[in-house]
Design a protein around this ligand. Structure first.
Ligand code: SAM
Length: 287
């Protein structure tokens, strides 16, 4: 395709905020219609891009940022994680990063839409990088809210790799879901959530922060900058049943990363600590 033949695709997830991002597809997108509308195409800057219901789910160029922070911040903060629950995350990126920790004995991934896993395994294998074949991983095709409501198991870390609060993902932002997650976490447990872009959705974000605070005595946010998630820094909820939602100091984090033999492209001890520093406009929404 020459430049003037490229097909420009609009990301529509922020339509309510009057904000769209355009992405040029280098070829006709591969689409899958089902519980979610999926579209996969190549972009000159972001590599392979998967849209889910019009929102960027993952790109091969910058997925490492989001997946490393969603996995390594809770796992290195905790320090002795054996059992992890991932809600959503059908592309396998978070499972890939979690399974890099030898201390992890079991990961349950609860994904509502099998088509996401099927497409990611077949057409985006570099995202999961073999995670789906790891014997420590169990995949459950179910609604994450229904799964935790069953409260069958306990986990050291729960990672909610949800879409934005719309469609099937909406229940993953409800207080009942957070209460059920808390009941499945040990005293030192950590819940991490995909908490959107505070710059774009300030009012919603303040309510979301209050919902988490109402359930978890310890609740903080950390930030990451994912170029393909438009609208400024992305917030990640970091919630704990214990009031002390603190994270170890940089030296301890470095020792834990060295002991785990894990080096990352985005996460590092300094970034881990710095990510919890909030600019005034976000801090004021949180408290
Ligand atoms: N990492 C991207 C982000 O930050 O938006 C996208 C995460 S991805 C879109 C969210 C995954 O959650 C998708 O695979 C979607 O199918 C799945 N999902 C949506 N609602 C769900 C639910 N109620 N239970 C389990 N998985 C759900």
């Amino acid at each position: 395709m020459t430049d003037d033949q490229r097909r420009w695709i609009a990301e529509t997830v922020n339509d309510a905020e009057g904000f769209r991002m355009l992405l040029a597809a280098e070829e006709e997108p591969t689409t899958v219609a089902g519980m979610h509308d999926l579209a996969l195409f190549t972009n000159r800057t972001f590599g392979r891009i998967l849209l889910l219901d019009g929102a960027v789910q993952v790109t091969t160029a910058d997925e490492f940022i989001y997946h490393e922070m969603m996995a390594h911040v809770p796992l290195f903060a905790h320090g002795a994680v054996r059992r992890v629950l991932i809600v959503g995350g059908g592309d396998g990126g978070i499972a890939r990063e979690v399974l890099r920790h030898a201390s992890v004995e079991h990961v349950t991934l609860v994904e509502i839409d099998a088509a996401v896993i099927d497409l990611a395994r077949e057409l985006l294998p570099e995202i999961s990088a073999g995670a789906f074949d790891d014997l420590r991983l169990s995949v459950v095709i179910a609604d994450g809210a229904a799964f935790v409501a069953g409260g069958a198991d306990s986990y050291d870390v729960i990672i909610v790799d949800s879409p934005d609060p719309a469609g099937p993902g909406k229940v993953l932002f409800e207080p009942a879901f957070y209460r059920a997650c808390k009941a499945m976490l040990g005293e030192r447990g950590i819940l991490v959530t995909q908490s959107g872009m505070p710059f774009l959705t300030a009012e919603w974000f303040a309510g979301h922060a209050a919902d988490l605070r109402a359930v978890f005595p310890g609740r903080r946010f950390f930030l990451s900058t994912v170029p393909s998630y438009s609208g400024g820094p992305m917030a990640h909820g970091f919630s704990t049943p214990s009031p002390d939602a603190n994270t170890p100091d940089e030296a301890e984090l470095a020792a834990r990363a060295a002991a785990a033999g894990i080096e990352c492209r985005y996460w590092n001890p300094a970034m881990h600590r710095a990510a919890f520093a909030l600019p005034g406009y976000i801090a004021r929404l949180v408290d």
